[in-house]
Design a protein around this ligand. Structure first.
Ligand code: AMP
Length: 305
């Protein structure tokens, strides 16, 4: 393992890291060779795709994957095709060394394989996104404000699922629209993998954990909890207040706010993600918020019923 680490991590300009039961691979061949040696026809292989800058939200997915699978693969790959702004891609937090330390400290829970591919390993020589039709899921909310984002997400997730070949893949409800799109992708492509939805991990203030939070100042970070406050109030109001009144109330909260810039607030039916006009009792609804603090984009959502 030490030898593997040295060879593979040198290409990432990393100092070799002392590992016990964590294995790190940067090439598809070395990853697949290792998986082939560990897998039996009966084993469950859990996969947690991430873009790194790991926090407790990511770690909760990894912990769940460890609990439910004999083998766990965590990928760390900042996917260029899902960014619709070069600046956002450039400033996206990256800290591979710390990420590996965080995963390594989970070793007592089981052995973990970390896959840190290069762009070429994932995309070959064509870093391009495919044009998926997710039946309209991709046109709502994030899709409106980040055109092409879900085409990039679909492209990378399909490639990673092909490379890793998991039986189970773990995604956070923090990115609820993404989760629904991945479920749709798996259905469309008839991929033989179960998608597991994991609940949102929050800071004590209520702010949803996100890799982007480290770009906030301490003051901004505590102020950002207002996003979750608005979602909780939405949930309180949901059963007895007309939807347009709730929407106006949320808009008013942020209108007066000099720090948070609301991008959108939506109450949507959770399967189709269509904006709700009236509530049908047998259906499930969620409220979604996207907001900026300076150029830092924060998203969050809450189940309403
Ligand atoms: P990312 O690195 O942002 O692409 O996230 C990787 C995975 O972690 C995605 O499935 C996210 O939905 C999930 N995730 C991110 N933040 C949280 C959170 N606060 N709670 C639970 N899951 C999260």
């Amino acid at each position: 393992i030490q030898k593997f680490m040295q060879i593979n991590c040198n290409s990432l300009s990393l100092q070799p890291i002392i590992v016990k039961s964590m294995k790190v691979f940067t090439t598809n061949q070395s990853l697949q060779f290792c998986l082939a040696s560990l897998k039996t026809p009966a084993s469950c292989l859990g996969f947690v795709p991430t873009m790194g800058a790991l926090h407790q939200g990511h770690l909760s997915l990894i912990k769940r994957a460890i609990k439910e699978n004999e083998i766990v693969v965590v990928s760390i790959f900042v996917n260029p095709t899902q960014f619709n702004s070069a600046g956002d891609l450039k400033t996206y937090p990256r800290n591979l060394k710390q990420d590996l330390k965080k995963i390594e400290s989970m070793e007592s829970l089981g052995e973990i394989i970390v896959y840190v591919p290069s762009e070429a390993a994932v995309y070959g020589n064509s870093v391009a996104k495919e044009a998926f039709d997710f039946g309209g899921l991709e046109l709502q909310m994030e899709g409106k404000f980040r055109p092409g984002h879900f085409q990039g997400v679909g492209t990378v997730v399909q490639k990673l699922l092909d490379i890793v070949g998991p039986t189970h893949a773990y995604f956070g409800e923090k990115d609820f629209q993404q989760l629904q799109i991945i479920k749709k992708l798996v259905k469309m492509t008839k991929a033989n993998v179960k998608i597991i939805a994991c609940s949102i991990e929050r800071e004590p203030s209520g702010l949803a954990m996100s890799s982007r939070n480290i770009r906030l100042t301490t003051g901004e970070r505590s102020h950002a909890s207002k996003i979750y406050e608005a979602l909780k109030m939405t949930k309180d109001k949901f059963s007895d207040t007309p939807l347009d009144e709730i929407t106006q109330w949320v808009a008013d909260q942020f209108e007066k706010d000099a720090i948070i810039n609301l991008e959108y607030f939506e109450i949507s039916e959770q399967l189709t993600l269509q904006s709700a006009n009236k509530i049908e009792p047998q259906k499930k609804y969620r409220a979604f918020i996207s907001a900026y603090i300076r150029n830092i984009r924060l998203i969050d959502n809450i189940a309403l019923n």
